[in-house]
Design a binder for this molecule. Structure first.
Ligand SMILES: Nc1ncnc2c1ncn2[C@@H]1O[C@H](COP(=O)(O)OP(=O)(O)OP(=O)(O)O)[C@@H](O)[C@H]1O
Ligand SMILES: [Mg+2]
Length: 408
């Protein structure tokens, strides 16, 4: 007797994502399931194509199916497409077309917020996510320069009359740099600030893509919008984060002892806005001499790591002082694109994996809440994309599998 599609689905539902602790089937990770005369094939959509556990997940899924009577062969491939879960922003209205907004902040200026923002964004885009950066540093915007978009101007082109964000390295960018001349100071006061940011957020055509022929066509929701905040933890920063549906924040710090002080202020600011901290990044850690390999802790070492431990938030990594980070940024190509095999690029890549995993886990909590609230046959509204193929090879709906209703 050959195996049925239902029993294959059932077997796959016993395999959990080790990080997210939910069945692959519930997470929408099983794609293109085909069952034919005992031959089974499917694709796995992971949260990131660079998932370190991808072989483990694939082997577990294959073994679960192989254990079924009537299975002759099983083939599974890792899909180039990834899944993005949408975290909950309980107190702030979400923006249509943007799934997860992540803020990058620091207690003081010049510690590497923009560097972290552009490298995080490019890492996420390289993994197949749809990514944008909102440069909220309207007084000193430099994301455009770091992304190779200096001198670009904004266009208004879609039917909805939205602004088309300039794009490079697979990332869409909106910044005050596209509106003012290089040497022109911006003098805007507090109350105008949240209006500008809100306008950047909602009037930008994040969901549109250039089709290569100069036309802008619908391309799908943005998975991640990275907000590069202006330095500091005062009113201006609070105004901005209150104007945006931030799901989590990253605090960038240098390793000096004062790092703890800065991070504590950052933590308090986000707590007051009810925003979870995704973690602390320690930038400008050890300097390794490119000629002789000698290591020098110019700004000390481990301040960010210690701050994370003391404040009980995740530590996201140590970025070494690397001259090519600055040189590549000045040339408009973040180091993860220019030197993907460098040590610094590896730190940013790992940082992006941690961010994805945390945001996904926050989306999972959203599912749990929605499932608790749902009654009877009512479908939960949880923000998870509709899971997997729900139609049998015979064309009818998968029995016993709950459809998600789509994004909140
Ligand atoms: N790890 C690093 N190694 C070498 N140079 C770095 C490193 N991190 C950042 N830089 C350089 O230091 C300068 C400041 O970094 P960046 O602009 O990212 O800081 P910032 O916190 O965004 O500053 P601001 O507060 O002015 O917005 C830039 O020239 C950047 O290229
Ligand atoms: Mg900056």
């Amino acid at each position: 007797m050959s195996v049925s599609r239902d029993s294959v689905w059932q077997a796959l539902s016993t395999v959990e994502d080790p990080d997210l602790k939910k069945p692959l089937t519930d997470l929408g990770m099983i794609d293109n399931l085909v069952v034919c005369d005992g031959h089974v094939s499917f694709a796995l959509k992971l949260t990131t194509t660079a998932c370190p556990l991808k072989d483990f997940i694939k082997d577990s899924a294959i073994n679960a199916v192989k254990a079924l009577d009537g299975v002759v062969s099983v083939s599974a491939e890792i899909s180039k497409d990834t899944i993005t879960l949408q975290a909950k922003t309980p107190d702030r209205a979400s923006v249509p077309g943007i799934r997860n907004v992540i803020a990058v902040s620091s207690g003081k200026g010049g510690v590497g917020k923009s560097t972290v923002s552009v490298n995080l964004a490019c890492s996420l885009a390289k993994q197949g996510a749809r990514v944008g950066i909102l440069d909220a540093d309207i007084y000193g915007p430099n994301v455009a320069l770091m992304m190779g978009l200096q001198g670009q101007k904004l266009k208004s082109a879609t039917e909805q009359n939205k602004i088309i964000p300039p794009q490079n390295h697979g990332v869409k960018v909106i910044s005050m740099a596209f509106l003012v001349k290089d040497n022109q100071p911006v003098v805007w006061r507090g109350p105008m600030l949240d209006k500008v940011i809100r306008q950047f957020l909602v009037d930008t055509a994040w969901t549109y893509d250039d089709d290569g022929a100069g036309n802008f066509v619908p391309g799908g929701d943005l998975d991640y919008l990275i907000i590069d905040l202006p330095p500091g933890t005062g009113d201006a920063q609070l105004t901005i984060i209150q104007a945006t549906p931030v799901v989590g924040a990253i605090i960038v710090t240098t390793p000096q002892d004062v790092a703890l002080l800065d991070s504590r202020k950052g933590l308090a600011m986000f707590q007051s806005g009810n925003i979870p901290i995704l973690g602390i990044v320690e930038n400008m850690s050890l300097y390794v001499c490119p000629s002789c390999g000698h290591e020098d802790a110019i700004f000390g070492v481990d301040g960010g790591r210690n701050a994370a431990a003391e404040l009980n938030v995740p530590f996201l990594g140590q970025v070494p002082i690397t001259p090519s980070i600055r040189l590549n940024a000045d040339a408009g190509t973040p180091i993860v694109m220019a030197e993907p095999d460098s040590k610094a690029a590896a730190v940013f890549k790992e940082l992006s994996h941690q961010v994805v995993a945390q945001v996904c886990a926050m989306g999972i909590e959203g599912v749990a809440v929605a499932e608790e609230l749902s009654t009877g046959d009512e479908a939960p509204t949880c923000g998870i994309p509709a899971a997997a193929p729900h139609t049998h090879d015979h064309g009818h709906d998968h029995a016993g599998h709950k459809e998600h209703a789509g994004c909140c």
